[in-house]
Design a protein around this ligand. Structure first.
Ligand code: ADP
Ligand code: ASP
Ligand code: MG
Length: 458
């Protein structure tokens, strides 16, 4: 069994859906399970519709939702046109879902507020629509696609907006629902991004979460491979939108890929790797628009490359929290009392640097910041610096070649750094800069490490 996941741009229009279906058809003998994202841009539309509903702007809600509906109808019309009964049946399903969205959005508009639970219900509908559409389109092409409601399989906790899977329940559901279909040579087609709590409430796994769904489903059925089909040739030395000279990495380890995803490489959802690692399942990142390319293989070993820098990622919208002990010297228990506050507010920290009397950390979610500062006040003087970016250079045993550190610092000449950290694992060298300097820093460091001969270890 393999899991084949298509991202939003891979199912953006009728031609792309057709390409994606060809990719599935060519892998039929490997017993695929298909996971699809919402059509490109639809989740953003649904978020915008929720916000419009909250503001009571029903006209805008109707406008957005009817555009979403039309888009699905158009794709279906082009793909399913020859078989009118398929088309009719799809439109009935589409209208059922659209009615549901309207009901929820009107409820939100009446109340003038949106709960995380209601937001998940609305944003998850993009994947419901795309997966039904994909399954119909497969049947149209005489492929044995079988739509499966993801909520029937992916059981999660109740952290709406960022739910995590309950793997035992999910595994049991996958055995019950997916395995019998695959055994009958059917191809299950599921929406990514969505799940359901044990109590039956719809949840989502966080933006970009369809990759995570693919890994959760792959781990649940013990798949031999998880394929993430996207719009670039694989995991690259940097985001090619930022660095056109970025190169594809042919093989990389789980730990390196996880680090890159965590530090902002959007090509993989940060939590994707964990379920695959737990079951030692290889992940392949492939290009739907160039399916001859070999892509990137992510495994435990990560190939024969060994030490050195592999890629650079950048995470924007970061805030530095600088805390100085107000008892002057690093009193016993200072760190524990600081982190107890982070723990209580469920704020996760990316980087930490310390000195005798002060600690600096970066956080990426400033929502609880005022409360954090208030609760830290009894133990520390707190200073916050917003609008920063982390530039992370990732690779195993990164600094083994001393030329690497020298090249990085030479490249950073003239760009002020506000924090700097080299993890003990030697897996990432992270530099915090002003957000306005981030692009420049990434370009110059990428050029030094991957485009110039010195330290060019990829
Ligand atoms: P999908 O819709 O398929 O999930 P995403 O937009 O979420 O696609 O992720 C693919 C995008 O990730 C690429 O178009 C690319 O711009 C971006 N990206 C960021 N960092 C990297 C990287 N290191 N390698 C490849 N792509 C990257
Ligand atoms: N459709 C969801 C999003 O846009 C999930 C995904 O694409 O992975 O965030
Ligand atoms: Mg994505």
């Amino acid at each position: 069994m393999i899991v084949i996941k298509f991202g939003g741009t891979s199912v953006g229009d009728a031609q792309r859906v057709a390409q994606a279906i060809d990719i599935v058809a060519a892998r039929q003998e490997r017993k695929p399970i298909v996971v699809v994202s919402a059509l490109a841009g639809v989740t953003n539309d649904l978020v915008a519709a929720s916000e419009a509903a909250r503001g009571g702007d029903i006209e805008r809600v109707n406008e957005i939702i009817s555009a979403v509906r039309q888009r699905h109808e158009d794709v279906a019309m082009r793909l399913v046109q020859q078989k009118f009964d398929f088309f009719e049946s799809f439109i009935r399903q589409l209208d059922k879902q659209i009615d549901q969205i309207h009901t929820i959005l009107h409820g939100i508009a009446l109340l003038g507020e949106i709960t995380p639970r209601a937001r998940d219900k609305v944003t998850g509908i993009g994947e419901k629509l795309s997966s039904v559409l994909f399954a119909y389109s497969m049947m149209m092409r005489a492929l044995p696609g079988e739509h499966v409601d993801s909520e029937e399989v992916v059981v999660t906790d109740a952290r709406f907006g960022e739910a995590a899977p309950l793997m035992d329940q999910t595994r049991a559901a996958a055995e019950r629902v997916l395995r019998p279909l695959v055994d009958r040579n059917l191809i299950p087609v599921m929406g990514g991004f969505i799940g359901r709590t044990c109590e039956g409430a719809a949840t989502t796994l966080g933006r970009g979460g369809s990759d995570y769904s693919a890994a959760i489903i792959g781990a649940s059925v013990g798949a031999e491979e998880i394929q993430i089909w996207t719009d670039v040739d694989g995991l690259m030395t940097c985001d090619p939108r930022l660095i056109p000279a970025a190169r594809v990495i042919d093989e990389i380890s789980y730990v390196e890929a996880a680090e890159l995803a965590w530090f902002g490489a959007k090509v993989l959802h940060p939590r994707t790797i964990a379920p695959a690692v737990a079951e030692r399942i290889p992940i392949r990142v492939l290009n739907t628009h160039n399916n001859a390319a070999a892509g990137t293989l992510i495994t435990e070993q990560g190939g024969t490359q060994g030490a050195g820098p592999r890629a650079i990622a950048v995470k924007r919208g970061v805030t530095i929290v600088h805390m100085t002990s107000n008892k002057m010297l690093g009193a016993h228990g200072f760190l524990a009392s600081l982190f107890a506050v982070f723990e209580a507010l469920e704020i996760s920290v990316d980087l930490i640097t310390t000195s005798e009397v002060s600690v600096s950390v970066t956080i990426d979610d400033p929502r609880n910041l005022p409360e954090l500062v208030r609760r830290l006040a009894p133990v520390a003087d707190v200073q916050t610096l917003a609008d920063r970016a982390i530039v992370a250079i990732v690779g195993r045993n990164l600094m083994r070649d001393s030329a690497v550190g020298a090249s990085v610092f030479e490249a950073m000449r003239g760009i002020p750094m506000s924090m700097f950290s080299l993890g003990m694992s030697g897996l990432n060298l992270s530099i915090v800069v002003d957000e306005t300097d981030a692009d420049r820093a990434v370009r110059t460091v990428h050029a030094a490490l991957f485009e110039a001969p010195v330290g060019a270890a990829q």
